[in-house]
Design a protein around this ligand. Structure first.
Ligand code: OFO
Length: 165
């Protein structure tokens, strides 16, 4: 049986992933309003990716015969100063998620939840990819900042990448 403390923490992480998804959707909406459809679709794709992260944990809890408890999702920030501001906040959010996964792993380790550690290994690897991805797009957004033409070129690149990749 899954340790109850771990079940609670995993449920909390479902909420964290859904909150990340909702935040990226709000960022997508911001870019729609800025007439940057490539950024908008990229963030929308990433929002969908966060939903799959939540569902991975959802499925894990279900498979282990424990109870899934869904909570309310907090309202995301909807206004941003600039594309660079969005990317900075998105990277900060990924760093927060990394810290959450690390804390979960530490708890699973403490209480000797081996299968949970195994499941979390996927997330540890994923967070390295995600932080790297957001860092590279933040760098590009910074390089393009203040120049609408450069921003539109980056927007085109993101439109081609799609799906939050
Ligand atoms: Fe982008 O982070 Fe989920 O896990």
């Amino acid at each position: 049986k899954l340790n109850p403390q771990v079940v609670e923490a995993l449920n909390k992480q479902i909420n964290n992933e859904l909150h990340a998804s909702y935040t990226y959707l709000a960022m997508s909406a911001y870019f729609e309003a800025q007439d940057l459809p490539g950024f908008a679709s990229w963030f929308r794709g990433h929002s969908a990716e966060e939903d799959t992260h939540a569902m991975r944990i959802f499925d894990f809890i279900a498979k282990r015969g424990a109870r899934i408890n869904l909570d309310g999702i907090a309202k995301p920030q909807t206004e941003y100063e600039s594309p660079v501001d969005v990317l900075e906040q998105a990277l900060a959010q990924e760093q927060t998620v990394t810290a959450q996964i690390n804390a979960l792993f530490e708890l699973a380790h403490e209480v000797k939840e081996y299968s949970t550690q195994n499941m979390l290994n996927w997330f540890l690897a994923e967070q390295i990819e995600e932080e790297d991805l957001f860092t590279s797009i933040l760098d590009k957004a910074k390089a393009a900042s203040g120049d609408r033409w450069n921003l539109l070129l980056l927007d085109q690149e993101l439109a081609k990448r799609g799906g939050g990749q």
